[in-house]
Design a protein around this ligand. Structure first.
Ligand SMILES: Cc1ncc(COP(=O)(O)O)c(C=O)c1O
Length: 377
């Protein structure tokens, strides 16, 4: 058994996937599994989403799409960050769909399509207001005219991305939806055929039924978190990732005893201090020093002292039944108590997305629980 580990509850993932499906009943789901499925483990998550009935998967980079194919996942894969020249042929050969926002990329896809005598399917990415990736709406007509002249390129989809769908005020979303609708009309008028349109991330799935279109692209909600406090609560999301460790030493110390680097915590009373082998090297943020908490025997224990590279210290004085080797839940549920990624993010001034990615990236031990029949890897 490792000293700390992550558990990924695939039954919770399924719950969240079906929930997204119920919220967007007329749309198929693109499961966003970029960045190692937000730290949850791309391949097992993708495999589970495939079994659930996802229509597509979305990754950030081509190498992620390649790995999905190499692991036998057959769903169409969208690459959100476009395509590099060295990956173009392989992309066409494997039927991977890059998001396209530059004509030179489209041109390379066309050349590869002709060379391989295979269609080069792409999704055209529009900038409707995010100001990041995408063809500016004003350039779309000219872009589409050029695309039409590129043999072999099949525009399968048109996509855009919301800048603030997770805010309570949806005014800017409506502005983006307006531009997206106009863009779709422009392309139709120009006679550029396409099958799918999509713009909604999790926040769009939850709160913007008018923006569901043919496909929706939920990410964070599949992993059981709300995009922010600005989206509707209480919809039944279940956190997928838990982060656990155990007590490796438990000791009594007198009042006035310093704890950890810099002696930032001094016991105010006779105390029981648990040392737990997890630290910032494991993705447990140092910002949690003297602010975090963990669960032991179903109760909350405050983190005292600094988070170091491999260790933290918990004040167990109010949990007298705790013993060495007890399980420690750093994130997740124990008994009636739960520590969420949102709680950790709030303490550290960040968002749940970063908490999941940080823990998932550092974690060498991931256990996939409750896989649907057929098993994993
Ligand atoms: C283009 C695109 N679509 C969809 C998503 C999924 O967003 P969320 O995790 O908020 O659902 C992301 C995530 O950043 C994205 O970049």
């Amino acid at each position: 058994m490792p000293l700390n580990w992550v558990e990924i509850d695939l039954a919770a993932l399924r719950n969240n996937f079906y929930l997204a499906g119920r919220l967007a009943p007329g749309s198929r789901i693109i499961g966003v599994v970029k960045s190692d499925a937000y730290g949850h483990g791309m391949v097992p998550v993708a495999r589970e989403l495939e079994k659930c009935g996802a229509g597509f998967l979305a990754v950030g980079k081509f190498h992620e799409a390649l790995e999905l194919r190499q692991k036998g996942i057959e769903l169409p894969v969208l690459v959100l960050l476009g395509i590099d020249p060295e990956d173009v042929e392989e992309s066409v050969r494997l039927g991977v769909r890059p998001a396209i926002f530059r004509l030179d990329q489209a041109g390379m896809m066309s050349e590869a399509a002709l060379k391989l005598n295979m269609p080069a399917r792409v999704h055209v990415k529009l900038d409707t207001g995010m100001g990041r990736l995408g063809v500016p709406c004003g350039n779309l007509a000219a872009f589409a005219e050029k695309l039409k002249q590129m043999p072999g390129v099949v525009v399968e989809g048109i996509l855009s991305h919301f800048a603030e769908a997770d805010e309570a005020d949806k005014t800017f979303c409506d502005f983006q939806i307006g531009r997206f609708t106009e863009a779709i009309e422009t392309l139709s008028r120009q006679g550029l055929p396409f099958s799918y349109t999509h713009i909604s991330n999790s926040a769009g799935v939850i709160d913007l039924p008018r923006a569901h279109y043919h496909l929706v692209r939920p990410g964070i909600m599949l992993y059981g978190s709300h995009p922010s406090g600005g989206t509707s609560e209480g919809i039944g999301l279940q956190p997928v990732m838990s982060f656990k460790s155990k007590i490796i030493q438990l000791k009594e110390v007198a009042a006035g005893h310093p704890i950890g680097y810099g002696r930032t915590f001094i016991t105010q009373r006779e105390s029981r201090i648990a040392t737990v082998p997890v630290g910032y090297d494991d993705g447990y943020f140092r910002m949690l020093s003297n602010k975090g908490r963990a669960l032991v025997r179903g109760k909350s224990a405050p983190l005292v002292g600094r988070v170091s590279m491999n260790l933290i210290t918990l004040d167990m004085t109010d949990i007298p039944q705790a013993r060495e080797n007890d399980e420690v839940v750093l994130m997740g549920r124990q008994g009636e108590e739960r520590i969420t990624a949102d709680e950790i993010a709030g303490t550290c001034g960040t968002i749940s997305y970063e908490v999941y990615c940080a823990i998932g990236k550092q974690q060498k031990f991931k256990y996939f629980l409750n896989a649907s029949a057929g098993g994993q890897d």
